[in-house]
Design a protein around this ligand. Structure first.
Ligand SMILES: *Cc1c(COP(=O)(O)O)cnc(C)c1O
Length: 237
């Protein structure tokens, strides 16, 4: 049974267009030999529909909500032994007391914005005998409504996180203010360039449905797409 409102061929076509736009922006503005990763952001999307994107060669999922992930993960096809499993990144706000539910399933946690959260991830990663890849989430627009560390506090947080042995800082993540997003994408690109060498970073996660082409121009290495892939949904649900 096909869930209401979703079309296999439409999502396939959406992905084709996204790939085309990414290539175009990359070819025009970038010349740096980095691969741009495309993530399917799964919030509110039924697991059956998420499974379709594996058919189209997409293998990176972004999860926002611990509870929603737990209720869907058993139905993600490739997690149950068919083919190469997808990579799964946590991208939503993460409460310290929920880290334990996802520590073993995630390949990366992109939303680390405090030392306390970093320490808990480090502690549980050690207990589970792994090293967790993380990104620091930066509140580049300084918006009250958004999570993330301010650009001014980022140096100290990076320094503190880099001391923890069971996390590995792979880079930075941001959700810029929707208005003036160009300015903030540019600033974020510069910020990333400034820390990249020092911490051996390789991932700048920025760009969503409305701004991914601009994000690629500004140095993004990973774009996170929900609406542009699956169609408009009610995220407040
Ligand atoms: C929902 C979400 C996205 C995707 O946003 P769209 O505009 O639907 O593409 C990307 N990143 C994060 C952190 C999100 O919560």
């Amino acid at each position: 049974m096909i869930p209401d409102g979703y079309s296999y061929s439409q999502i396939k076509e959406n992905l084709r267009i996204i790939c085309e736009n990414v290539s175009e922006s990359y070819d025009k503005y970038r010349n740096d030999d980095t691969k741009i990763d495309i993530m399917a952001v799964t919030k509110t999307v039924p697991a059956e529909v998420v499974n379709w994107v594996f058919d189209f060669g997409l293998d990176l999922l972004g999860e926002n909500r611990v509870q929603e992930y737990q209720s869907k993960k058993d139905d993600y096809r490739k997690l149950s032994g068919f083919g190469t499993p997808p990579r799964i990144h946590f991208i939503g706000h993460l409460q310290t007391n929920k880290v334990k539910y996802i520590i073993n399933d995630m390949d990366m946690i992109q939303s680390v914005d405090s030392l306390r959260l970093g320490q808990e991830i480090d502690r549980l990663a050690r207990a589970n005998d792994k090293v967790m890849d993380i990104l620091c989430e930066v509140n580049i627009g300084g918006e009250d409504s958004k999570n993330g560390v301010s650009p001014g506090s980022l140096p100290e947080l990076l320094e503190q996180l880099s001391e923890l042995e069971n996390i590995r800082i792979r880079g930075l993540m941001t959700i810029p203010p929707p208005s003036d997003s160009d300015i903030y994408l540019g600033r974020m690109g510069e910020l990333f360039a400034g820390y990249k060498e020092l911490y051996s970073m390789d991932t700048l996660s920025m760009g969503m449905t409305h701004d991914y082409a601009a994000a690629v121009r500004c140095g993004s290495t990973l774009i996170r797409i929900g609406t542009g892939l699956f169609g408009a949904r009610d995220y407040s649900r």
